[in-house]
Design a protein around this ligand. Structure first.
Ligand SMILES: NC(=O)c1ccc[n+]([C@@H]2O[C@H](COP(=O)([O-])OP(=O)(O)OC[C@H]3O[C@@H](n4cnc5c(N)ncnc54)[C@H](OP(=O)(O)O)[C@@H]3O)[C@@H](O)[C@H]2O)c1
Length: 342
């Protein structure tokens, strides 16, 4: 049983407009005691995800908020340090739902039930490219988009956590990839290292005009991670049998009022198109399939785990703010230990 204090972030006030460290409060408390059916973990890596911002909204959508004074929910890769649970033992490395703290007590249940990370998998990969982020990218491209080599694949948020994996997979599957991203550094990485065929910096370029120039005959797949006006632009250019994969709506997570939906849904009718949303967590029972596909690609270097790592639990609020301001390049992670551990 660890004797250390448990350093934690707690929610101090709900989100109104801009997210900052002022939404959180730093606290220290005793390490919790393990009850029957529970296990205690030492959190090593936190996955920072845009949907965490939704949990800070005061009951919007209703029932979504984490109460003031509680530690923010987070996916994490953690080491089991004590267990009274039949399926988890001290020393196991698990991926599961924890909170922003050194030590979390859990029974392993939740929307994303805890699972043991296979031996030998680097913990940063387990938190990102092989965590929910990788599952979403893999099943979103492979299963929801159902691509055929040679098709044109357009993706928003292309250099983010999900986007960086999905863009590279689309390239590996032989698609023609057009990545949309929000900074020159992101566009550079996509072109020079991720192997995409073309990029559009949506802050500096007219996305519709550039898409028409790059793909005058239209597009086959639009993988949307940010929502908003670019969806309408992509729908307008969807080819017969085109697919729109609705992965996330980062652009809406801080919006104060609902933003209008695309005005041109009729396009789906005209091109016999399909628009489909999906949840990565539904694929957790099939995670082995994703591991078996992604791990060899990562090990061989064909797939890069592009990561944006902040070191130290204290950095967690900054990590979430970076996602919402677009500063992160690749998967935003927080390595909990400072000084550095693994
Ligand atoms: N369906 C699922 O089960 C599932 C699971 C995990 C994640 N997701 C969703 O997938 C999306 C990507 O998640 P991630 O973890 O990989 O995050 P991410 O893409 O690494 O980070 C968010 C990115 O969104 C862009 N962005 C931020 N604010 C924006 C705005 N107002 N308008 C347009 N773009 C904005 C920024 O990129 P730019 O600089 O390029 O704009 C930023 O880097 C999120 O919407 C997330 O909720 C869905």
């Amino acid at each position: 049983m660890p004797t250390q204090v448990n350093r934690r972030w707690l929610i101090a006030k709900p989100l109104e407009g801009i997210l900052s460290e002022a939404n959180f409060r730093w606290a220290e408390s005793p390490v919790p005691k393990v009850g029957e059916g529970q296990f205690l973990v030492h959190n090593r890596w936190l996955s920072v995800d845009p949907t965490q911002a939704l949990l800070l909204r005061a009951g919007d959508p209703p029932g979504s908020a984490v109460p003031i004074g509680e530690s923010p929910w987070s996916l994490a890769v953690s080491e089991v340090v004590e267990s009274r649970h039949p399926d988890f033992s001290p020393g196991d490395i698990v991926h599961g739902e924890m909170t922003w703290e050194d030590y979390s007590l859990t029974d392993g249940t939740g929307f994303n039930p805890a699972f043991r990370v296979p031996d030998g998998v680097p913990l940063n990969w387990a938190a990102g490219a092989l965590g929910l982020t990788g599952l979403v990218a893999y099943f979103g491209v492979h299963e929801v988009a159902q691509p055929t080599a040679g098709e044109t694949f357009v993706i928003s948020g292309a250099a983010g956590g999900v986007g960086s994996i999905a863009s590279q997979l689309a390239n590996i599957y032989g698609l023609r990839v057009i990545g949309i991203a929000g900074s020159p550094a992101k566009c550079d990485w996509l072109l020079k290292e991720a192997g995409v065929d073309a990029v559009i910096n949506y802050h500096q370029e007219d996305v519709g005009r550039r898409l028409t120039e790059l793909s005058p005959d239209g597009i086959d797949i639009f993988f949307d991670t940010v929502g908003g006006p670019i969806l309408e632009i992509a729908l307008e250019r969807l080819r017969t049998g085109g697919r729109v994969v609705l992965c996330g709506i980062t652009s809406q997570y801080l919006a104060n009022s609902p933003t209008p939906g695309p005005a041109n849904l009729v396009q789906l009718i005209m091109v016999h198109g399909r628009m489909e949303g999906f949840l990565g967590r539904d694929f957790i029972p099939r995670r082995t399939e994703a591991f078996e596909a992604l791990l060899p690609l990562l090990r061989s270097g064909r797939l890069q785990s592009k990561e944006d790592v902040l070191v130290g639990l204290k950095e967690a609020p900054k990590g979430l703010a970076r996602l919402l301001s677009g500063e992160n390049v690749g998967k935003q992670l927080v390595r909990v230990d400072d000084p550095p551990g693994t």
